[in-house]
Design a binder for this molecule. Structure first.
Ligand code: ZN
Length: 467
């Protein structure tokens, strides 16, 4: 992460987003060593403070992406009419055969987009085929560190391939195809667990707020002993766990057939669900599942764009909030929802809540959506002092240009952040008191070089696929 200012930063005359009022409130923000120290009107500037003139700008807490996949960056726009299961079947094609340089590059693409679009931290479930590696995860961490974003990085793992996870699928394939998919078998579970253990043991990025986690990808792709092995590792190292639970109907049906109960009940029976556990998507969870998640203090990551893109259905946000579950908002990877725009993720979350029935009492309000994309996501990431503009919180701040068309006219601040803003008004982004984006330019990345490298990778990979 870029170095913090040694001393004070004073943001002057900003309109500060406040969910309690229709419009933001005018004020100053004083930051000391990357942490917000004071918010108020006409604050005195300490000697030597960097003064930032924010007149004409709205400031809000950096958005936090509760669920994405850095490995998806190079794959955006590749598929159209594919379900989750078709996407998973294409997984080795999308993600396999990557050099270390590709692994970093794909993460840089996603991280650059997130920061430029007002997102300051992400929970990244990163997939390396056939198994996670120390060098691979270091390359991913380095990408976030160089851009200056906070991240939780979870090697995404399983001990069964997609073809083994769906009952009857492998056996239904013709002989030649069955032989081909058998070459896509994953490494033995104990070897994968040992690889994650080494990654956790040798992690060197935490001081830059890039922390590790563990992500057994989808329960039906993991044996119980493998899931428990992941959980033991996570607990031994004091890190979080994240899994895709009930994302598609196929998962819910196979889970019921295999375990005789819901996926969440099954995972809870294994002792996996606690306040460090996040279930992504949760489209096919019932009320009892939500209650259980709330009782355990666990989180849900809501990825409305991906749920629609892959035809998985609609997450019941109102019901989850009413039953007391913490909900964060995510974009999901660019391989399944293309862009990494947290404003769009908020807008979709709001729309998807409202499309589920005509009674507004069943809908989520814009304040709840914004809260989920900031405070709710922060909780899922285990970032205790992020997601709010308040004293003691990290100075992760997005500056939005009120002269941009999205704010003409400016009626209701939070409503317009959720329903109108599309990231085109983002002028500056500050992380830990340091500008990472200034005047719409990403200061920590050479975009022309990124574009050249991405194009070279694309050509290299398309040649590999079409000999
Ligand atoms: Zn995902």
């Amino acid at each position: 992460m870029a170095k913090n200012y040694p001393g004070y930063v004073l943001i002057r005359d900003a309109l500060i987003s406040d969910t309690g009022s229709r419009r933001g409130v005018k004020g100053d923000i004083l930051i000391k060593e990357g942490i917000i120290k004071e918010i108020g009107a006409n604050l005195a500037a300490p000697e030597g403070a960097n003064i930032v003139d924010a007149s004409g700008l709205l400031v809000h807490a950096g958005l936090i992406n509760a669920h994405t996949h850095g490995h998806g960056g190079l794959a955006r726009g590749q598929g159209d009419k594919w379900t989750l299961e078709l996407l998973l079947a294409a997984g080795p094609w999308i993600t396999g055969g990557r050099s270390l340089q590709d692994k970093k590059l794909t993460t840089q693409i996603g991280a650059a987009e997130m920061v430029l679009k007002g997102c300051t931290a992400a929970y990244d479930l990163y997939y390396e085929f056939p198994a996670p590696s120390i060098e691979g995860m270091d390359a991913v961490a380095e990408a976030y560190a160089e851009i200056g974003m906070r991240a939780v990085l979870a090697p995404m793992v399983a001990d069964h391939s997609f073809y083994e996870a769906i009952p009857g699928l492998r056996d239904a394939l013709p002989d030649d195809l069955r032989q081909k998919v058998d070459t896509l078998r994953l490494g033995p579970g104990d070897r994968t667990i040992a690889a994650i253990g080494s990654i956790l043991d040798r992690w060197t990025w935490s001081s830059q707020d890039i922390r590790p986690a563990v992500a057994p990808t989808i329960p039906i792709h993991c044996s119980d002993s493998f899931m428990c092995g992941c959980s033991r590792l996570a607990r031994d190292h004091g890190v979080a766990m994240h899994s895709h639970v009930g994302e598609s109907k196929v998962q819910a049906v196979v889970g019921m057939e295999r375990y005789g109960k819901s996926l969440i009940s099954h995972l809870d029976g294994l002792g996996l669900i606690d306040e460090n556990f996040t279930a992504a998507h949760a489209v096919w969870l019932d009320d009892d599942d939500f209650r259980l998640m709330a009782d355990r203090g666990a989180s849900l990551a809501h990825n409305a764009g991906s749920n629609m893109r892959l035809g998985n259905g609609h997450f019941r946000l109102r019901r989850a909030l009413d039953l007391g579950v913490n909900v964060g908002i995510g974009t999901d990877g660019a391989n399944c929802s293309d862009n990494q725009n947290m404003y769009e993720a908020m807008r979709y979350a709001s729309m998807v809540s409202k499309v589920q029935g005509p009674d507004p009492r069943g809908w989520a309000a814009v304040e709840e959506i914004y809260h989920a994309a900031t405070v709710g996501s922060a909780q899922a990431l285990g970032l205790s002092n992020a997601g709010l503009l308040a004293p003691g919180y990290k100075a992760d701040i997005v500056f939005v240009d009120l002269g941009a068309i999205n704010w003409i006219p400016h009626n209701w601040t939070v409503n317009q952040l959720v329903h109108v803003e599309d990231a085109t008004s983002v002028r500056h982004v500050m992380i830990g008191g340091t500008f990472v984006v200034r005047d719409r330019r990403l200061l920590t990345m050479d975009m022309a070089k990124l574009a050249r490298e991405a194009e070279a990778a694309r050509l290299r990979r398309s040649e590999r696929r079409c000999p």
